[in-house]
Design a protein around this ligand. Structure first.
Ligand SMILES: CC(C)(COP(=O)(O)OP(=O)(O)OC[C@H]1O[C@@H](n2cnc3c(N)ncnc32)[C@H](O)[C@@H]1OP(=O)(O)O)[C@@H](O)C(=O)NCCC(=O)NCCS
Length: 149
């Protein structure tokens, strides 16, 4: 793992996340932009020498995942650029976001992850998340996981 920096970005820099994931084809990109504008989604990125390597968001109001104002928030869209995975960046960014969420005064955090996404499930277990529900949507079976902060 190379020296890295983690920072929150605003809407003006959000398009640069296309270095990490395909913003053109993702059906949720506009929803995410609307949530950022509404102050309901904060986007954090991990950079190496200024290059975008990983991103992850905190979402404050997501009732489907049981968010509770000021107490429980939602961990969303963790992704590490292909070719940079397995180097510790995903874990580093996740840990930083858990600290940030705690600093903001939250005491619980939740997420959703596809059951067959072994890498992500293992990462979240390593971070101390546990499954509180097994669910299914149009994309398939997934776990709802949670953790105290
Ligand atoms: C899931 C993801 C974010 C992990 O990030 P990463 O930088 O590759 O992971 P790290 O190198 O920080 O690994 C941290 C831990 O995750 C787990 N892990 C990561 N890759 C794994 C793999 N291929 N198989 C099994 N476990 C894995 C391990 O527990 C690892 O800890 P260890 O090295 O002590 O075993 C990355 O694979 C990714 O971007 N995947 C596509 C997007 C995605 O699925 N995001 C999750 C949405 S819920």
């Amino acid at each position: 793992m190379k020296p890295y920096a983690i920072q929150q970005i605003g809407l003006e820099d959000y398009p640069k996340c296309s270095a990490i994931w395909n913003m053109q084809t993702c059906p949720y990109t506009q929803l995410f932009i609307d949530q950022i504008k509404a102050g309901n989604r904060d986007v954090f990125i991990l950079t190496v020498d200024g290059a975008y390597i990983a991103a992850c968001d905190l979402v404050y109001d997501n009732p489907e995942y049981g968010t509770i104002p000021g107490r429980r928030l939602y961990f969303s869209r963790l992704i590490v650029k292909k070719g940079e995975r397995g180097n510790g960046y995903g874990e580093a960014l996740s840990r930083a976001l858990l600290d940030i969420a705690k600093e903001k005064g939250y005491s619980e955090i939740a997420l959703g992850v596809d059951r067959d996404n072994t890498a992500a499930v293992r990462l979240y277990q390593k971070l101390g998340f546990t499954v509180y529900e097994e669910a299914e949507d149009a994309d398939g079976k997934f776990y709802r996981m949670e953790r105290l902060l």
